[in-house]
Each structure stands twice: as structure tokens, then as C-alpha cells.
Write a protein that binds this ligand. Structure first.
Ligand code: SF4
Length: 248
């Protein structure tokens, strides 16, 4: 494997292609510093902290994917939350979005526990893996298109290594990022690109003849869950549908 220390920071994500396993990919991504704005923000947040977490040491690095390395279902969000995964080091762990998501994953049989407060709590995901198109916490939860593109190789290689049957995409940003990544990998993505919607299903054919179903779901952010735009029943239905599609 290439020694990442030899690469200038902007080129570091190209290392993703050299990863032969998910473990290798996860080990590589945590050292990435390719996006100056996001590196500065993730480290600034870790210094300032939120009062409730002032005694904690923040992770302040890219968050690798979490869960089953050969999952039938890949769940793709947006990016780590500043005081969530950027603090705990684990996707969707330690914030309200994660509380809502992990409770649903437990109800639908994917997660061993209903709560996810910190890494190392014994949580096991079976048949499902969590990831994001951008691995570092962005200011205002808003990565730029350029940052999405820079981070793309990590998601692209993860998709190849996991080879899921179904990708559940939480929100429009992740949906568009996923379609770009799939098109870059030679998947047959229709033009115009399919629009995001809750419950939308799109069947895609891959370059190797393999198929994949994209399943849209409103993001599990408090903005959606506190207003009832996304209810527990709606999220459970999407996850049950993903399980059914993955097993056929
Ligand atoms: S967002 Fe992605 S490419 Fe940018 S620094 Fe973080 S891990 Fe690297």
C-alpha cells in the first residue's frame, strides 16, 4: 500500500483506490486532511466544544463508515455532525439524528441496541452499514460541491467493497452525491437524473451486470423528525422495504 504520508493533502483521497478491505479503507480515511475548510472547522469545534461535552475529547477527524462490511443495505447520510460523529468518532453516534436512526434500526432488526451514545458501546449492525458522502463535519451542515467531489473517492471505494443490494439515501444532498458517485463508477444512471423523494425507488444496472436499488428517505435530522415530516413509522417502512429488497 502507498504510504499516505508521501502524498500532499489534496491528493490523499486517491489512496481510497488502494484499499483492499473495508478495514483498510477505514484506517486510511481517518488521516485525510484534503479539505482545508472542513479540517479547520472540525478542529475548531473540538477546541471550543459544546458546554454539555466540555470534559470530553472530541474525535475531530474524518468519520469512517460503521457497520457490517458486507452489508446488503448501505445507508448514506450527509456528513458528520459537529458535536455528534465529530465528537464520538462514529457515524450518527451522539446526536439527535442518530438517536432517531438507531432506535429505528433496532426496531427493524438491524441494530443490536436501541441507543448509540458513544463508540465502543458494543453496538453491532447486521446486514447494514452507515456512511456519508462527506466524512468531516461542515459548518452549518453544508458541505460545498467541491468538498463533496474531493471526498468522493472514499464513498466510491466503500461502495465497491461493500457491494450492497440496496442504498438507502437520507435526504437530497446524499441522493445527488450517490448518483454522481454511481455514474463515475460506470453505473447506468438515467438522464435527467432521478429526483429525490421519500419512498422513491430507482433500480440501476452496474457495469458488471450487477443491480442495485436506490431508496430515498427524508433525512433523520431534528428539523424533519421534530416537525413530523419524518415519523418513526415512515422510517421503519423504508428500512423494512430495504431489507425485503436486499433479501430477494
Ligand atoms: S471531507 Fe473527505 S476529503 Fe475532505 S478532509 Fe474530510 S475525509 Fe478528507
Amino acid at each position: 500500500m502507498t504510504d499516505g504520508a508521501e502524498l500532499p493533502a489534496p491528493a490523499y483521497p486517491t489512496l481510497a483506490r488502494s484499499a483492499r478491505t473495508i478495514d483498510e479503507l477505514d484506517r486510511l480515511v481517518v488521516d485525510c486532511r484534503a479539505c482545508p475548510r472542513l479540517v479547520a472547522w472540525r478542529e475548531h469545534v473540538a477546541e471550543v466544544k459544546r458546554a454539555a461535552f466540555r470534559d470530553e475529547t472530541y474525535w475531530a477527524r474524518p468519520a469512517p463508515g460503521f457497520g457490517d462490511p458486507h452489508a446488503g443495505v448501505l445507508v448514506v447520510g450527509l456528513a458528520p455532525a459537529a458535536h455528534g460523529a465529530n465528537r464520538t468518532g462514529r457515524m450518527f453516534t451522539g446526536d439527535r439524528s442518530g438517536d432517531f436512526l438507531f432506535a429505528a434500526l433496532h426496531r427493524t432488526g438491524f441494530a443490536s441496541q436501541p441507543t448509540s451514545v458513544r463508540a465502543g458501546d458494543g453496538m453491532i449492525l447486521t446486514g447494514l452499514r452507515l456512511t456519508a458522502p462527506v466524512r468531516c463535519a461542515p459548518p452549518e451542515n453544508a458541505p460545498t460541491p467541491a468538498e463533496r467531489r474531493t471526498c468522493g473517492p472514499w464513498l466510491g471505494r466503500e461502495l465497491e467493497l461493500v457491494a450492497p443490494d440496496v442504498v438507502v439515501v437520507l435526504g437530497g444532498f446524499g441522493w445527488r452525491a450517490m448518483l454522481v458517485t454511481l455514474a463515475e463508477q460506470g453505473w447506468h444512471v438515467p438522464r435527467p437524473r432521478p429526483a429525490f423523494g421519500h419512498g422513491t425507488e430507482v433500480r440501476l444496472d452496474g457495469p458488471d451486470g450487477r443491480g442495485l436499488t436506490l431508496l430515498g428517505c427524508f433525512h433523520v435530522s431534528p428539523h424533519n423528525t421534530f416537525t413530523g415530516r419524518l415519523t418513526e413509522a415512515m422510517l421503519d417502512a423504508v428500512l423494512d422495504r430495504a431489507r425485503a429488497l436486499a433479501s430477494t
